[in-house]
Ligand binder design. Structure first.
Ligand code: SAM
Length: 353
């Protein structure tokens, strides 16, 4: 396993096996899996000198008999096999390596961004960080680093990170619905839980639209939209790193539309653009989005749509603006205990309509 010294016990079992010539190995594994005789999660061992593979099985003689009926020569054997951890729960892997009290507080979930896993560990669990990080890496495919992260903070909504396991590398490429998004989890905001929302909004857009993607971060809304529609998206963020990674993603994807990355505060940008210039806007700074709705509506054509992401409790936030009709309210994300991010969709209504 990559990432330095393992702190969890090695997982291996002694098991019966069938030894077959290498040319038959793939087929034998399929047949044994299909008949329930393959030992779950264990890894076959190949012997280069003999040109054979030892395949761990749950019942040796039944497996050998089955192979005989298929005309595949095999020999019964017994050996030690590595047992993989996929499909195991974190707590099962960690049991025995952590005190029970700490084990009971290990988070049940974590996020994977590209090939980096993020888990939120309380301060006093950090001493068990290496074991928890290694366990996460074992149960999730392709993870090369595991970090504990705080919730997002500061103007740029970036997380503070503590490396638990693996490479010291915070840059990655995350894929959402086929859209490739380059980012550095230590320098920009990104939340993989929003992938459905990015996709859902992009599905509403039609060719020819002009979209204002405010508080765009690394530009996932714009990347989803421009990857499927001939639309032009102005993606505005004040974090220079967000714009750097957005440019990289523009180069990584085959886009149908255009993205214009804008490094600016939203306030200054809104002052600079004309009224009625856009068909759609996205406002995604949940703790402050509602402050911008009024001026954003003015930038839309009549009938233009604005998707606002805003904080609420058990009840959604209320938007008190004239000149708009609220057409949809959905709960999008858990933010804190009994606090949620809501997605509100408003349509600009002009007096003559
Ligand atoms: C919640 S994140 C945006 C997430 C992004 N829309 C996505 O889906 O990943 C908010 C973003 O707003 C940016 N930001 C905060 N205040 C800003 C401001 N006044 N003007 C422009 N960008 C700002 C931050 O840098 C951050 O990238």
């Amino acid at each position: 396993m990559r990432g330095g010294d393992a702190v969890l016990p090695e997982t291996s079992v002694v098991a019966e096996c069938v030894e077959v010539e290498r040319v038959f190995a793939k087929r034998v594994i399929e047949v044994l899996r299909g008949s329930g005789l393959l030992l779950p999660r264990s890894r076959a061992k190949s012997n280069r000198v003999r040109g054979t593979v030892r395949i761990p099985v749950a019942a040796g003689s039944a497996a050998a008999e089955l192979l005989e009926t298929l005309g595949i020569p095999s020999e019964l054997c017994a050996d030690t096999f590595e047992v993989g951890s996929r499909g195991l729960r974190l707590v099962d892997l960690l049991r025995g390596s952590l005190p029970d009290e700490a084990l009971s507080r290990v988070p049940r979930s974590y996020q994977v961004v590209g090939n980096i896993a993020l888990v939120h560990l309380p301060e006093d669990l950090l001493e068990h960080g290496p074991a928890i990080g290694e366990a996460i890496a074992r149960v999730s495919a392709g993870v090369r680093a595991v970090y504990s992260s705080t919730s997002t903070e500061g103007e740029f909504r970036v997380r503070r990170l503590v490396r638990l396991w693996g490479e010291d590398a915070t840059e990655t490429v995350h894929t959402e619905h086929g859209v490739r998004i380059a980012l550095d989890i230590g320098k920009v905001y990104f939340n993989p839980t929003l992938s459905y929302e990015h996709w859902r909004v992009s599905e509403e857009v039609v060719d020819g639209e002009r979209v204002l993607d405010l508080f765009s971060g690394v530009g996932p809304f714009s990347l989803h939209i421009a990857s499927k529609r001939e639309a032009t998206c102005f993606a505005v963020d004040s974090n220079p790193w967000a714009v750097v990674y957005m440019l990289r993603s523009i180069a990584l994807n085959r886009l149908r539309g255009r993205i214009v990355p804008v490094l600016s505060s939203v306030e200054e940008f809104l002052e600079a653009v004309g009224e009625g210039s856009f068909t759609r806007a996205i406002v995604d700074l949940p703790h402050r989005s509602l402050e911008y709705v009024d001026s954003v509506l003015g930038k839309l054509v009549c009938g233009g749509v604005v998707h606002v992401y805003a904080l609420g409790g058990e009840e959604p936030p209320t938007v008190a603006v004239g000149g708009a009709r609220l057409v949809e309210t959905r709960r999008v994300l858990d933010y804190a205990p009994r606090k949620y991010v809501y997605g509100l969709k408003l349509v600009r209504v002009c007096p003559e309509e």
